[in-house]
Design a protein around this ligand. Sequence first.
Ligand SMILES: *Cc1c(COP(=O)(O)O)cnc(C)c1O
Length: 420
Amino acid sequence: MSQLEKSPELNEIVGTRGPGTGADWLARYSSSLLGVFGTPQRVLVRGAGCLVWDADGKEYLDLLGGIAVNALGHAHPFVTSVISSQLATLGHVSNFFTSPTQIALAEKLLDITKAPAGSKVFFANSGTEAVEAAFKLARRNTGTGTEKVRTKIIALEGAFHGRTMGALALTAKEAYRAPFAPLPAGVVHIPFGDIDALRAVVDETTAAVFLEPIQGEAGVRPLPAGYLQAARQATSAAGALLILDEVQTGIGRTGKWLASEDAGIVPDAVTLAKGLGGGFPIGALVTYGPDVSALLSAGQHGTTFGGNPVATAAALATLHVLENQQVLAHVREVGEHLRSGLAGIDGVTAVRGEGLLVGFDLDADVAPAVVTAGLDAGFIVNSPGPRTIRLAPPLILTIQQTDRFLAALPALLTTAKDAR
Ligand SMILES: *Cc1c(COP(=O)(O)O)cnc(C)c1O
């Protein structure tokens, strides 16, 4: 430990305990932070791998990974040293300039997304910003002639694409949308997974169709087989863009670089974020091919922080580990083990997902109580619905850690039901 790391000033800022208990911190939270997130479940002070600790010293197995963000767990040594080293070398430059890590990451993303020649990357800082860039891309798909004929954008019921105004217009949930009307116009939501409904609505006035290969916030709901292919066919025929939101499903989450890669289609654009930076904030829009990439030209979009040296170095470090330590194969193996284990548990009525994006349904509306029981027992899980649990753990979760959760789950279900 260096002199600086022992300094009281530094410890006051990043000290692993801080001066208060969880209850003390939460009292300060409620009088200082905007109430949009409700009351946080715990005050977390430290993490290592798949484990985190709260301000009261309690340990948790993190099966949510900051909602599919902490791909390599907490405080991954390689990611941490790359970030520190980049920050100590060059931290921020603005987009009047570029930097080697930005260019190298763009090239790497074009490679792993198998984007054709002429494809390009735009960097943002979050998922909603990647979607916002995609929304603007869609608006630039104006069609030919002087009249702007392509005014319609299609998204699915159950969709979650983010919370800024453009992304919110694509997000389906009425409770998120209604307080902020009017939203950007032209978005039409169609029934989830219904190929005929899609074919009926996509026409020459359609600018784009936005799809999540697996709807995460809706409880880990994969599109039915053949849907992506049908969407590609319908959008190509109509001259509309097919935009895949892989903010949650991308970058190894499903045991593949992209959840959509087995569909055998080439989309027009893909959004990425959550797991990309291994915990560091970064988002990206990949535009496929020269024509789509030319839809946004100089001055039509921008960001101050997007693509900065530290964020892009964090992503390069994350991709390096995912690739060199065969993490994607590990994700497929542990994911299968987890899903088959869940399927055998009494009270679990359905198991969905791919790799380490897993949702399961319960035989009663006790999912929020399972979250609480999980916390008390030292497990972090999430309930996207009244009877649905979502797991999106670090991609380095071990079989042993998976078994620890599977062994504990029956008791968590009992506790949750007793709490009714
Ligand atoms: C989380 C998420 C977003 C929004 O990402 P933020 O970083 O929270 O803005 C967008 N699309 C999908 C599919 C997501 O899961």
